[in-house]
Design a protein around this ligand. Structure first.
Ligand SMILES: [Fe+2]
Ligand SMILES: [Fe+2]
Length: 390
């Protein structure tokens, strides 16, 4: 089996990527063409768009190039660092020791022997080097010869390369409309994915993520939470934009596979004894980790609002209270006493929190489920706050 591997951050995928992939596809008769967007590194945020958004844009940009093109989520979901040798190892295992051709630019040829486990990379794929017509100069040939002596298999593809880059797009944005296709541009515009206005970018990106990652029922719930959170924010004079971002992200891990949910919850750094937490509370902690690592959100108020939305906590700030209440009292929720709690939420957040926590704890106990200690502490916190204000 012959596989073509095309990796990149695709932040966003542009016309240059598309022309390279089209040339590569014609280079040989490949059984599979696998596009691999790089994951988000654990130690630093290097991409503007989160992995899931880059996957979506890649699907839009490359999905129609050939019938056997697939966009792989492997680097974004494997919970390891993204090294090419690991991706090759994975593809070798998955596709029965297939013959892999890996697309690289001529600039990468000069660094290939310094990649992590370079020997493995050079021995387990053929590097398909894309160089411009005028670029096959002596130094490239000399470098290739040196790498071949080390065991690398290198083939050159002469192609008309469209000289644009993702960083150029991020810098120039709408000033240079020719860098990306209309389809990708529509996504970028609709969700303000690269807007210089940070709030607009985070809000738009969070909305697209909710649409991509949640089932329809959960997506509608998320929009309802956003709506009520904004309404309560207006009433109580709380930052509505922060509330919208927190609301859009609060359940973002709700449909995540169990292993990723646990991995992210552990990474959130807030759960010391993860085994003591009721399972239904973990998605908030995982969502905060996602918001921090994938969107680069550092605002503690937003992160805490996402973390504490299922269980509350002692010392909750106003944004947390609003998200907790909006989650519990939004449009599609239906239970006895909801109207009373909602009217309380519009009058006094502390009173509403106390009454809502009492209601939730009674419900959890009636079902025989584990009561979260954070919720009990939150209840006592609001009891004490209200007693002081009397
Ligand atoms: Fe939730
Ligand atoms: Fe929710």
């Amino acid at each position: 089996m012959k596989i073509l591997l095309f990796g990149g951050s695709f932040d966003p995928p542009h016309r240059g990527h598309i022309s390279i992939l089209k040339s590569a596809v014609q280079y040989a008769d490949f059984d599979r063409i696998i596009v691999v967007p790089t994951g988000t590194p654990t130690h630093k945020k290097s991409c503007t768009a989160p992995f899931d958004v880059r996957m979506y844009m890649s699907q839009t940009a490359f999905g129609d190039i050939a019938a056997n093109v697939e966009i792989s989520d492997w680097e974004g979901t494997n919970m390891q660092d993204d090294y090419t040798y690991l991706t090759l190892q994975h593809l070798k295992e998955e596709y029965d020791n297939a013959d892999i051709y890996m697309v690289i630019g001529s600039d990468s040829l000069f660094t290939l022997d310094s990649w992590k486990n370079a020997d493995f990379v050079m021995n387990n794929c053929t590097a398909l080097v894309f160089a411009r017509e005028d670029e096959l100069e002596d130094d490239i040939a000399a470098k290739a010869q040196k790498l071949e002596a080390m065991g690398a298999k290198i083939e050159f593809v002469k192609a008309e390369i469209i000289s644009v880059s993702s960083s150029q797009f991020r810098r120039e944005g709408e000033k240079n409309a020719d860098i990306i296709t209309d389809e990708v541009q529509n996504i970028v515009d609709e969700y303000s994915l690269y807007s210089v206005d940070e709030t607009a970018r985070l809000k738009g990106t969070a909305k697209l993520l909710a649409k991509l990652l949640l089932d329809e029922k959960r997506y509608i719930h998320t929009l309802n939470v956003e709506k009520l959170a904004a309404e309560l924010g207006e009433i109580h004079g709380i930052d509505v934009e922060k509330l919208r971002i927190a609301a859009l992200l609060h359940d973002i891990m709700k449909n995540a596979p169990k292993d990723i949910l646990l991995h992210r919850a552990k990474q959130s750094g807030i759960i010391n004894k993860i085994e003591d937490k009721p399972k239904q509370t973990l998605h908030g902690f995982a969502a905060a980790d996602y918001a921090m690592r994938e969107l680069g959100i550092t605002d503690e108020e937003i992160l805490w609002a996402v973390k504490s939305h299922t269980c509350g906590r002692s010392g909750m700030q106003d944004i947390e209270k609003v998200i907790y209440l909006a989650d519990m009292l939004c449009e599609e929720r239906c239970f006895d006493g909801k109207d009373y709690l909602l009217s309380l939420a519009k009058q006094n957040l502390d009173k509403a929190m106390f009454a809502s926590l009492e209601h939730s704890l009674a419900f959890v106990k009636s079902k025989g489920n584990t009561v979260d200690t954070d919720s009990l502490e939150a209840l006592e916190y609001f009891r004490a706050r209200l007693a002081r204000n009397l």
